[in-house]
Design a protein around this ligand. Structure first.
Ligand SMILES: *[C@@H]1O[C@H](CO)[C@@H](O)[C@H](O)[C@H]1NC(C)=O
Ligand SMILES: *[C@@H]1O[C@H](CO)[C@@H](O)[C@H](O)[C@H]1NC(C)=O
Ligand SMILES: *[C@@H]1O[C@H](CO)[C@@H](O)[C@H](O)[C@H]1NC(C)=O
Ligand SMILES: *[C@@H]1O[C@H](CO)[C@@H](O)[C@H](O)[C@H]1NC(C)=O
Ligand SMILES: *[C@@H]1O[C@H](CO)[C@@H](O)[C@H](O)[C@H]1NC(C)=O
Length: 316
């Protein structure tokens, strides 16, 4: 069966699983300071890939939101007029030539200092997986740090955040769990791993992305998503790209950034059955139109013990 046909078939199964529930176009209840709408995701919801759509499914099985690859979104309610856009500043990504299924993608990081000025700027510094569909990269499912406030969480401090971003757009949905404040200097573990707690489904794999604190069990946020596993040749391997992404909006001066950098360390990529893949290299891209702008640097390449840094512009 071709991948498209397989995905349609899978989509019909998922529709059946979602039973009589129809997709409801909920209005976004959150906005970034510049007015970009954010769809809030209840903490106990999960995501199901269905063809080129990513359905956000409530605990009772109702599809409450649809993210379409290409950047479109099931919530069409107009937001306030935009004065800025959430911008992707830097990406570091690797597609580890997966001939095997991703088992786990992990890293640790230390929370950076606070910026010295706050003027409603917003940062998302995250790691995650890019789920690929028939059109290519479809959705970035990520967890990490937020600085600044959306209507859903945050303020002039760092909080733990989980976001889903339809690609190649920059609009995102955000998991709602209130403020989990991360203090400068604290260490956290970022992880993506196969999750076996959900109902099994042929040709699909469940992944969880999350952040936890090695010292404080209360600081633990995560989200589960269903990823299609089918390649066009019928080989059941989820095409996944591992990624770190730095995003911002509303930055006007260097002091809006913290000093120094945010380093993802102990980066490891593990494949199911075969362990650490050979020959993984991280590629970076920087949005050159942003000034002064975040930077990204691969300090140690590869699939084990990797080190990638988001550099903040000199805020002295
Ligand atoms: C299912 O959950 C959603 C989201 O919480 C809610 O809006 C909907 O009314 C619920 N549906 C049923 C049938 O309980
Ligand atoms: C790059 O930055 C510019 C200026 O902030 C912004 O308009 C554009 O959307 C950004 N590109 C991406 C992919 O976010
Ligand atoms: C994956 O499989 C293809 C086709 O069999 C092969 O050319 C490639 O070298 C393999 N990649 C890795 C990382 O093993
Ligand atoms: C990755 O993180 C998960 C969740 O914390 C953990 O179960 C797993 O052992 C970690 N794997 C590696 C290779 O560090
Ligand atoms: C899973 O994929 C295999 C190989 O393409 C196919 O034969 C099988 O019918 C698929 N199962 C489902 C439930 O789609």
């Amino acid at each position: 069966m071709g991948r498209k046909a397989a995905m349609r078939f899978a989509a019909s199964i998922l529709t059946a699983l979602a039973s009589a529930s129809l997709a409801l176009a909920h209005s976004p209840a959150g906005y970034t300071p510049s007015g970009t709408p954010i769809f809030p995701i209840p903490r106990d919801a999960h995501m199901e890939q269905s063809g080129n759509k990513f359905n956000i499914v409530a605990k009772n099985g109702t599809v409450i939101h649809v993210i379409e690859s290409g950047g479109g979104s099931g919530s069409s309610a107009p937001g306030p007029s935009k004065r800025q856009m959430l911008s992707v500043a830097v990406d570091a990504s690797a597609s580890p030539a997966f001939n095997d299924t991703l088992q786990a993608f992990n890293a640790t990081f230390v929370v950076p200092p606070l910026p010295t000025t706050f003027e409603s700027q917003l940062f998302f510094l995250t790691g995650g997986i890019v789920l690929v569909d028939d059109n290519g990269p479809g959705l970035y499912m990520a967890a990490g740090l937020q600085y600044g406030g959306t209507n859903l969480q945050g303020g002039p401090y760092w909080t733990l955040a989980v976001i889903l971003q339809g690609l190649p757009g920059t609009e995102f949905s955000q998991l709602t769990f209130g403020n989990v404040v991360a203090n400068p200097g604290e260490t956290y573990q970022f992880y993506t791993t196969i999750d076996n707690s959900m109902f099994p489904l042929d040709n699909f794999t469940w992944y969880v992305v999350g952040i936890n604190s090695p010292t404080d069990p209360e600081k633990d946020v995560s989200f589960i998503g269903l990823v299609s596993d089918l390649e066009s040749d019928g080989v059941t391997i989820a095409p996944i790209i591992t990624m770190f992404r730095g995003q911002e909006e509303g930055v006007t001066q260097a002091t809006d950034y913290p000093v120094g950098d945010m380093v993802f360390e102990d980066i490891s990529v593990n494949l199911l059955g075969t362990g650490i893949p050979e020959g993984v290299t991280w590629g970076t891209s920087t949005n050159a139109t942003m000034s002064p702008g975040l930077t990204v640097q691969v300090q140690t390449d590869g699939a084990s013990d990797g080190k990638i840094a988001f550099g903040f512009p000199d805020s002295d």
